[in-house]
Design a protein around this ligand. Structure first.
Ligand SMILES: Cc1cc2nc3c(=O)[nH]c(=O)nc-3n(C[C@H](O)[C@H](O)[C@H](O)COP(=O)(O)OP(=O)(O)OC[C@H]3O[C@@H](n4cnc5c(N)ncnc54)[C@H](O)[C@@H]3O)c2cc1C
Length: 251
């Protein structure tokens, strides 16, 4: 991975998504030529946060916003605080608005396909945990571009309070006729489950046979932990989806 120019951004807003997840809005200097494709990632570092060899601690983060948001001067990273041993994620969770964050990129082949003449019949996004981040960037892009292709989002997380982008995604589901949201809670128990919870229970991968009838020109994007991605990919392969319609990212 050839490294790119390091860009100094300013942390302008911290959005509390869940007890362990924050979204960091970073402003990119006006007129900077930085661009990316929806779904790609950047390497982030923090000035003076160095490893034992005196080098910057860098970690990969998917851009959770759309390239179209960049025209307004910002991009967003959505980061889970790892807790024990989480070297960089713990450090960035302690940052404050006004702090400087360094990024370089973009990197990665996981991104929305360029538009060709043939549109898919539907976009199907399957995400788990913070794997929703690049998918959200892609979905925002399609909606901001005015895409008329229906979107399904199947999104798994452990407990109801782990629902990242809850307000935004529920609003899409309630206001956009072509947007279908299926959430599933994988936790064993559900203390404090909100009254009127409309999601499902169990692993999102277990619901796929019921949700996806069979290949009919859809484009599939998945992101989550390795085991979830392995199972999701295996499902779509066995259901006859062509390889070039299946796109994946994992961490
Ligand atoms: C392409 C890509 C995109 C990504 N996008 C996102 C994103 O959008 N959001 C997000 O939250 N994350 C994302 N990640 C993950 C991110 O890059 C980091 O890996 C994550 O934030 C953890 O980094 P950390 O420095 O906090 O933890 P680390 O210090 O790297 O530790 C990670 C885990 O390993 C354990 N560990 C560390 N050292 C040891 C050791 N010596 N022995 C045993 N266990 C150890 C820690 O306890 C911890 O559980 C992405 C990763 C990739 C590759």
């Amino acid at each position: 991975m050839a490294s790119r120019e390091v860009i100094e951004t300013t942390l302008t807003q911290i959005i509390h998504e869940t007890p362990r997840v924050l979204t960091f809005r970073l402003s990119v200097p006006m007129g900077h030529p930085f661009t990316f494709k929806a779904g790609q990632f950047v390497m982030a570092s923090i000035p003076d946060f160095l490893n034992t060899k005196g080098r910057p601690v860098r970690r990969a983060y998917s851009v959770a916003s759309s390239p179209l948001d960049l025209q307004k001067g910002y991009l967003e990273l959505t980061i889970t605080r790892v807790g024990d041993g989480g070297f960089f994620s713990n450090r960035i969770h302690d940052c404050r608005e006004g702090d400087r964050i360094l990024i370089d990129g973009p990197y990665g082949a996981f991104h929305l396909r360029e538009k060709s003449g043939l549109q898919p019949s539907r976009y199907v996004f399957v995400g788990s945990g913070s794997g929703i981040a690049p998918l959200r960037g892609m979905i925002r892009t399609l909606l901001m571009e005015g895409s008329k292709v229906p979107i399904d989002l199947y999104y798994g997380f452990r407990h109801a309070h782990d629902f990242i982008y809850e307000g935004e995604l529920l609003e899409y589901a309630e206001t956009l006729s072509g947007f279908r949201l299926v959430t599933a809670l994988s936790g064993r128990d559900h203390p404090g489950l909100p009254a009127g919870w409309k999601g499902r229970f169990g692993r999102i991968t277990a619901l796929l046979p019921e949700l996806v009838p069979g290949f009919s020109n859809e484009e599939i994007y998945m992101c989550g932990p390795p085991e979830m991605v392995r199972q999701t990919e295996a499902f779509f392969q066995s259901a006859g989806y062509p390889e070039d319609r299946i796109h994946k990212e994992q961490w």
